[in-house]
Design a protein around this ligand. Structure first.
Ligand SMILES: [Zn+2]
Length: 302
């Protein structure tokens, strides 16, 4: 699998992937538990080697950010897992040590240059670089950024943090405490709510609840060109072919499927490539409608 960074322009908006991590995380049945092996076998020609290994059953994912340059501003969509975060419930993420900030620097971006951080939802693999360790304290990595956070996720997790006794096997609460609470305290944050939130003339956050209550996708529309940064609306391209396939970690799988069908419909209508938050190598699927589902026509990368 190549790991080159490219970028793409959608009208006046430029999108570049910032690579963080890629390794084994889930097998096919762990990721999409209702999706049968025979359906994957039928797509093996393009699923391998990037999205699946038929032999090991690995369903390959990565963690990454999308660096979006829009209207003169530098915006990061999702901030990955982060370095040094204790994540004992998810061993591959536990005290990770990657060159994410160097990858960002290689794109000409210093932490202080980031004007806005957009977290599509508040799971640990989308908020990690919000903070870095400074003299033993978690402090905002991007000190000048406004952090746009979904209120529904924020309310759920801050409530769990306050009650202190909710089961939390995947460390959602500890991630909230080390990667969200410090930016609320020490940086600018904006909790957004409702169906959508306008970021600027070209960018909108659209609520796509299901994976988490506050889950969102980012639409890009500029100069007649469009793209969809889907976050965890689509974990794996097999969910484009069959949008009813649930992800094992969806909080509300039925609502997630409805959100997926609606936003993939938007992508078809607007000829917008769909960039899954975890698609390896910043890949985006150009899709069309196929009966009640969707088909992938070609791939692009950022
Ligand atoms: Zn995720």
């Amino acid at each position: 699998m190549t790991d080159e960074t490219t970028s793409a322009a959608f009208g006046d908006v430029e999108v570049t992937r910032v690579s963080e991590w890629s390794d084994h995380l889930f097998s096919r049945p762990e990721l999409l538990p209702d999706s049968g092996r025979e359906e994957w076998e039928a797509e093996k020609g393009w699923l391998e080697p990037v999205f699946w290994s038929a032999e090991s059953e690995d369903a390959w994912l990565c963690s990454q950010s999308f660096l979006v340059r829009s209207g003169g501003r530098t915006i990061l969509v999702d901030t990955g897992i982060g370095n040094g975060k204790p994540r004992p419930g998810v061993p591959p993420f536990d005290r990770l040590d990657t060159g994410y900030l160097a990858n960002l620097a290689a794109l000409g971006v210093r932490p202080e240059d980031v004007d806005a951080v957009v977290c599509t939802h508040l799971h640990p693999d989308h908020i990690g670089w919000n903070t870095t360790l400074e003299s033993g304290e978690w402090r905002p990595t991007f000190p000048n950024a406004t952090h746009l956070l979904p209120k529904a996720d924020f309310d759920l997790l801050s409530g769990m943090a306050k009650s202190g006794d909710a089961p939390d096997p995947l460390g959602y609460v500890s991630a909230f405490l080390d990667s969200v609470a410090p930016v609320v305290e020490h940086a600018e944050t904006q909790l957004w709510d409702g169906e959508e939130h306008v970021i600027d003339d070209a960018l909108r956050l659209v609520a796509v609840p299901g994976h988490s209550p506050g889950a969102a996708a980012v639409t890009i529309s500029s100069g007649g060109d469009h793209a969809l940064l889907a976050g965890d609306l689509v974990h794996h391209p097999m969910q484009i072919l069959d949008p009813k396939q649930r992800n094992a970690l969806d909080a509300d799988a039925e609502t997630a499927a409805q959100s997926r069908i609606r936003m993939l419909g938007w992508a078809v209508e607007h000829s917008a490539p769909v960039f899954g938050g975890h698609f390896p190598g910043g890949r985006g699927a150009r899709i069309s409608a196929a009966g009640g589902a969707f088909r992938i026509d070609s791939w692009t990368t950022v």
